[in-house]
Design a protein around this ligand. Structure first.
Ligand code: NDP
Length: 452
């Protein structure tokens, strides 16, 4: 039995029900097998065992009062996974499905993703099982304040800098930052994703979606192709999906789908121009459902209860590029096979771990261009890193400057993945490349610190 499979066995034995965490750890550890052979010093220092165990996992009660005056109790979390190369950094997710397993998977992925950006950021993730959907602004504010009432003692600009994720956008960051500032009497860069007037960075809202498309464009270039004229399927209709859609349109592609957890809309004419403005207003201002798109635009079809990957499987829709931007495990093996059949040549993951291990095997067997989330969606956290730098310098860079840096970072991540894959005998394998390139820097730092 290999050192790595022994580590994986111990992970499962210690936390037998953390299935999402097992899935993330398995994928990373499998690709690190080659590093264990090349670096006996990592094995001696038990780096592999140490990297799968968070520095700490903080779990807390979040009591708050709803609009009817009733007391509600949610659970809050912050998983500070690894700060070997910089302060903890990673988003907060507010969604009813949130639990320790999901946050550990996300925090673990974040270690490697943050390392890949080349910026000095450790890995963390947090959130709550609170569901902002259907809540009034006042309720969301009271919840955010109650959440920060505990979180504030664990974070700080040089300690841990949270950001947004599912269910946490500009509104929630505003309420949390405002409350932190009030109780600490401190105006520092303790959260990213802030508004422009109070320390935010231009391009941060756009960064994950733009970065995912930049990464896909780099992958397409290796085959002499581009987005021009390509048909693109996008899932989700939140922050990442919206700006992926915008960038695909700018690069000359045709976006044909968006979804939320209730339905999928398909518009084969392309979702562009004023249709994009409609989506942004619907989702960000009116907080409505994506099915309203099909009510407004007669040419669009609406599939209630189906994801875009179901629609491709059952309707044989043709797509060239797939950008899953909703949630984990949204594409299974059969849906991946349907993507291959539809002629899809490239998958770039805006979401974290949206493809199951079976789906990834299908992509790889079909020699598709496959950009895993920890590389393809790293543009968001990279731009958060740029927001931290601007906060520390008390400067604001222009839109062009931040976008230029984002594009450069995504190109570098793409190159690091390919270089690491080739150096370890897996040419063209972005999964192995991303995991190894992200891991080596963190592992070397951990080694330098001794046993701590
Ligand atoms: P948002 O909350 O803005 O949007 C999430 C979107 O996905 C919504 O349209 C939501 O629909 C949909 N969705 C959520 N769960 C499901 C589900 N089970 N089935 C179908 N649709 C679902 O989140 P983000 O856009 O910020 O995040 C999307 C993904 O990108 C996540 O995996 C996140 O971890 C990842 N990511 C985000 C980053 C960021 O900067 N925001 C950075 C890196 C990764 P509904 O409204 O019905 O819930």
């Amino acid at each position: 039995m290999s050192v790595i499979s022994e580590v994986m066995d111990r992970v499962k034995e210690r936390d037998p029900y953390q299935f999402e965490f097992h899935q993330a750890a398995q994928e990373v550890l499998e690709s690190l097998e080659v590093t264990a052979k090349k670096h006996p010093e990592f094995v001696r220092a038990r780096i592999y065992d140490r990297i799968v165990e968070p520095d700490r996992a903080i779990v807390f009660r979040v009591p708050w009062v709803d609009d009817k005056g009733d007391v509600q109790v949610n659970r809050g979390y912050r998983i500070q996974f690894n700060n070997a190369i910089g302060p903890y950094k990673g988003g907060l997710r507010f969604h009813p499905s949130v639990n320790l397993s999901i946050l550990k998977f996300l925090g673990f992925e974040q270690i490697f993703k943050n390392s890949l950006t080349t910026l000095p950021m450790g890995g963390a993730k947090g959130g709550s099982d609170f569901d902002p959907k259907g809540k009034s602004d006042d309720e969301v504010m009271r919840f955010c304040q109650a959440f920060v009432r505990e979180l504030y003692r664990h974070i700080g600009p040089d300690v841990d800098v949270p950001a947004g994720d599912i269910g946490v956008g500009g509104r929630e960051i505003g309420y949390m930052f405002g409350y932190y500032k009030k109780i600490r009497n401190d105006h520092t860069g303790v959260l990213t994703g802030k508004g422009l007037e109070w320390g935010g960075s231009l391009i941060r809202p756009e960064a994950t979606g733009y970065g995912c498309v930049y990464f896909a464009a780099e992958m397409l270039t290796t085959k002499g192709q581009s987005f021009a004229g390509k048909t693109v399927a996008i899932s989700g209709s939140g922050n990442v999906a919206q700006y992926a859609m915008e960038k695909v349109n700018q690069l000359g592609g045709r976006v044909i789908s968006l979804c939320d957890s209730s339905s999928t809309i398909v518009d084969e004419q392309g979702i562009c121009g004023e249709k994009c403005d409609f989506v942004l207003d619907l989702k960000n201002q009116r907080r409505g459902r994506i099915s309203e798109y099909a009510d407004k635009y007669a040419g669009a079809a609406c599939f209630i209860g189906d994801s875009i990957w179901d629609v491709i499987k059952s309707n044989g829709l043709k797509v060239d590029v797939a950008l899953p931007c909703a949630t984990q495990n949204e594409i299974d093996g059969e849906q991946a096979a349907a993507l291959v059949k539809s002629g899809c040549l490239c998958v770039s993951e805006g979401a974290n771990m949206p493809s199951t291990p079976e789906a990834i095997r299908v992509y790889q067997d079909a020699n598709m261009l496959y950009g895993p989330g920890k590389a393809a969606n790293a543009g968001g956290v990279a731009t958060s890193g740029l927001e931290m730098s601007q906060n520390s310098m008390r400067l604001s860079w222009s839109r062009e400057e931040v976008d230029g840096r984002l594009l450069e970072i995504m190109k570098n991540i793409h190159k690091s993945c390919l270089d690491a894959a080739e150096a370890y005998g897996k040419k063209g394998d972005y999964v192995t490349g991303a995991n190894i390139a992200g891991f080596l820097k963190v592992a070397n730092a951990m080694l330098a610190y001794g046993i701590v």
